[in-house]
Every structure is written in C-alpha cells, then in structure tokens.
Design a protein around this ligand. Structure first.
Ligand code: TNX
Length: 483
C-alpha cells in the first residue's frame, strides 16, 4: 500500500502521505462541480470551494446533498488530523474523524489539482495522518513589520503544507508590534521603527484577533512571543520606568543582538510583564505564550534564572503554558514548559536534561530549519551565521534523532523560523520559505518511512506550477529539476 513513488499521480503531494494507492482512472472536474458538506464540515467545504474557484474559475457551490466532492465526518482511525481521500470514477470523497482532518484532505486535493484547461484529478486512494502534533512556522514581524494581509498570506502557505502553528515573534530590539492597552507607548513609540529606515508598524488588538481568527479557521494556532529578558530595547526605549535610573535608551534599527536586558531585580519589570502577558493571554485562544529567552548576553546565569522563574509563574497565573528558546533549559522549568531548540550544533546537554525531566521540545536547529539562512553563496537574501541551508540540508535530517541523547518521545514537533533582518516584502518571505518550508513540513507530518530525498525533490518540482499560478515567489534551487 505504501507506494509514494513521487511520480505525478495521486501520491505527488507534500508532505508525503502515509499511504498511497494509485489507480489509473481519475476524475475530470467540469463546470458544474460542487462541494457537498453538512454541519461541522461546511466551513471546510467553503474553504475547499474557494480554493477550487480560484484555480478553475468555476462557480463551485457548497451543497448539503447531491453529486460532487463529498466531505464527511466519520470514525476513522487516523486521529484528529488524519483523513482518507478517494478519487475514483464514482466521485471524490474526503472522510475524517474531525474537521481538521477534512481540512488536510482538502489541502491534499488542492495540491493534486491540475492547472487546466483539462481538470483531471489523478485517481486512487490516500490514507494520511500526522507524525508530530506541533508543526510550526515562525514569522519575525519585529525586525521588519508585515501587515495583517501579509501575515495571512503566510498562514495560507503554512496551512497548504499542513503546518498547524504560527509563532509570531512580536517584539525585539527594533520594534514592539502588539498593542498593550495599559502601555500605549510600546506601540505608539516602540512600534515606529524597524531594521533600516522603514516606518515599522504594529497590530491593534483587533488586528491581532483578525490574524488569530484567520489562522484558526485554517487549523493554525497562533503562538505569540514576547522576547525577554534580552531583545527588549524597543520596550526599554518606550517605558523609561523599566530602566534603572529611569532613563530610556534611544530606539534601535541595527541588527546586532544581545545588548539589551530587562532589570530582573525590579518589581516594575514584573508589573509590566504581568500586564503584557495578561492582555496577550486574553487575546490568545491557544495554550502557549512564548517568552523568548534567547541571547540575554548581558545577564549572569543567576539573574537570568530569576526572570525565567518569575515569568513561568506569571504566565501560568494567566492560564497559559510557556514555550522558550533553549537557553531557558539552564533555569528551573515548570513541567509544562516547552523548550525550543535553535542550536547550530546538535549537542545540547541542557535540552537533553530538560527532556529527561519530562519537558517537551520543539526542534528548530538553525543549520537545518532556519528559513533566513542563505541557500548558497549566491543567495541575495538571508544571513549565514549557521552556514548555508540548501533545500537538501533543510530536508535531510530527523527531528527526533538529531540531538544525541534526547528522548525521542520528548519531541513535540518542528518549527521553521523566518527571521526578517533581510526580508522586507512578501516576495522576500516567499523566496526564503519556498522551497524549504515544505521540507520542514514533511519532516513534521510524514512517517519517517516516507522520508526520501529523490521522491521529495520530484514532488517539489511538481509544486512550482501551482506556486506560479498562485503568484508565490520561490527560489529555483539548482538541486531540483524544475519543469
Ligand atoms: C538568532 S534564533 C536569533 C535571532 C536572530 C536570528 C537570525 C534566536 C532565538 N535568536 O534574534 O534574528 O539569529 O538568524
């Protein structure tokens, strides 16, 4: 049954499905094609119909009965995110235990759509399910600001490849991007800068709610990050009272890291963080708040541990769980705290120790999963402190066995961070994300048995026509035989 050949056919999907059974006879979609869905399946039906309309120009109504592409909920064994898709002469049907599974079945079907003028969907049957529960994209909206519409476009891209978390890096030295009602200066002053000479920007609380709702409809959970105790110059510049002596530093638009830090011994710092995390918790339906924790280079380990400890308590008091970059593993962790690994060498004794204590981990190794690393020496965008990350390098590693000694069961998932020191436009974001985001997505979704570079590169080549049709920019890496 497991026959992911990578040849154009029902298996030509990214991430590779768990099981593929190709058949000779497909289904030709005609102008009268409809989507059939009832009850909790209707909203996914609407999204599928919208996707089909964009591709074909057909009207694609959503009906509750009759002929068409059937979406139905049923007791399947593939879990909350899994689904079954069948395409045979009697029709097209997606079945799943839960709406998320129907949504992923719909993403698979949309990837299988030809680009016309003949709308022949390849025949056969797919049974699919998720490998790891956390599959994320991180977008840095602090170094350069991106509008709600630009963020939603990235949500679409993430969801297309079955990622289910959007981590928003909302604050850094160069800008504060989320409105906090009790501290309007954070956005009014601290939101007005970004790397270089750009105007910056910020999300009102309604803007943020709009992103959360747009993502939720596509089964993507938003994880907001307030980076601390380092990476805090925008906050320190906006709130003089947070600085020892009460004097605010100037705003910052360079790309150095590690120079700023909150005053970990001041109660004013904790009153501030309580307000910020309180408002953010109220705006965020997902279970996690990300507290950063990286590169606090001016704090000694004792001072660093004090603030990591206090912030975990404070986030818990607002009913949320903490995610932090792996430096937090040097401090004492609450059992529910999740540690995000971003190292560029695999050895990480603190991470291994945290996992041995029961903490879960998210894998984002910089030399594999960082979408902001340059592809090669000719890349016009990106940084290279973790080396070049080619498409193959992004694909050929395993999140559960990369770090020596790490308990594989501790790995909650993978995430690809997109830092934006060098990215200013949607075209820039897409160039860095495509084709590496699909590589990371496959590691998170697909069974390790399906992991195969030759198969991946041929399925990747088949994506380019759709990217062009959708107006998505990408890097035409020489590692891939593009059509
Ligand atoms: C390191 S990764 C950082 C970021 C930079 C990134 C650039 C991490 C937790 N910190 O502040 O944007 O490198 O690649």
């Amino acid at each position: 049954m497991n026959d992911t050949t990578g040849r154009a056919g029902i298996g030509a999907v990214i991430p590779a499905p768990w099981s593929v059974d190709a058949a000779a006879a497909g289904v030709r979609l005609a102008e009268d094609v409809a989507v059939v869905a009832t009850g909790p399946a209707v909203d996914v039906g609407e999204l599928l119909a919208q996707g089909l309309r964009e591709l074909t120009g057909f009207a694609v109504p959503v009906r509750s009965d009759g002929p068409g592409i059937w979406l139905s909920l049923d007791a399947t064994a593939e879990g909350d995110e899994g689904y079954r898709l069948s395409v045979d002469p009697s029709g097209i049907a997606i079945t799943a235990l839960a709406p998320a599974g129907l949504f992923y079945g719909a993403q698979t079907l949309l990837q299988l759509m030809p680009t016309g003028p003949d709308w022949l969907v390849p025949g056969g049957r797919i049974i699919d399910r998720a490998r790891l529960p956390y599959r994320g994209l991180m977008l840095d909206v602090a170094r350069h600001f991106f509008t709600v519409a630009q963020v939603c476009r990235m949500v679409d891209l993430a969801a297309r490849y079955k990622l289910n978390h959007l981590h928003l890096h909302l604050t850094d030295d160069q800008g504060w991007r989320i409105a906090v009602r009790s501290r309007p200066a954070l956005t009014g002053y601290g939101g007005g800068t970004e790397v270089g000479d750009g105007p910056g920007g910020y999300y009102s609380q309604d803007d943020y709610r709009e992103i959360v709702a747009y993502a939720a409809r596509r089964f993507v959970t938003v994880v907001p990050e307030i980076d601390l105790p380092g990476h805090t110059n925008a906050a320190l510049a906006s709130c003089p009272e947070l600085n020892p002596g009460g004097v605010a530093p100037p705003r910052y638009t360079g790309i150095e890291v590690g120079f700023s830090a909150l005053d970990v011994t001041s109660e004013r710092t904790y009153a501030f963080l309580d307000e910020v995390f309180g408002e953010l918790a109220a705006l965020t339906p997902g279970p996690y708040l990300h507290i950063g924790g990286d590169e606090a280079k001016t704090l000694d380990p004792d001072r660093y541990a004090i603030i990591v400890d206090r912030v975990q308590e404070l986030v818990a008091a607002h009913g949320k769980k903490v995610i932090g970059w792996h430096e937090i593993a040097a401090a004492k962790l609450a059992p529910s705290t999740v540690v995000q690994f971003w190292g560029d060498t695999p050895e990480s004794p603190n991470l291994v120790a945290a996992a041995a204590q029961g903490n879960r981990v998210i894998m984002s190794p910089a030399d594999r999963a960082y979408l902001d690393m340059r592809y090669d020496e000719d890349s016009p965008l990106g940084l290279s402190w973790a080396g070049y990350v080619s498409v193959r390098r992004a694909y050929d590693w395993d999140p559960v066995s990369l770090v020596p000694g790490l308990d594989p069961a501790a790995v909650l998932g993978v995430e690809c961070p997109l830092w934006t020191e060098t990215a200013l436009t949607s075209a820039d974001l897409e160039y860095l994300a495509l084709p590496r985001l699909p590589a990371i997505a496959e590691l998170g979704w697909s069974d390790p048995d399906r992991h195969d570079w030759e198969s991946f590169r041929s399925r990747l080549a088949a994506q380019a026509t759709a990217w062009t049709a959708l107006g998505l920019n990408y890097y035409a890496s020489p590692e891939i035989d593009w059509p």
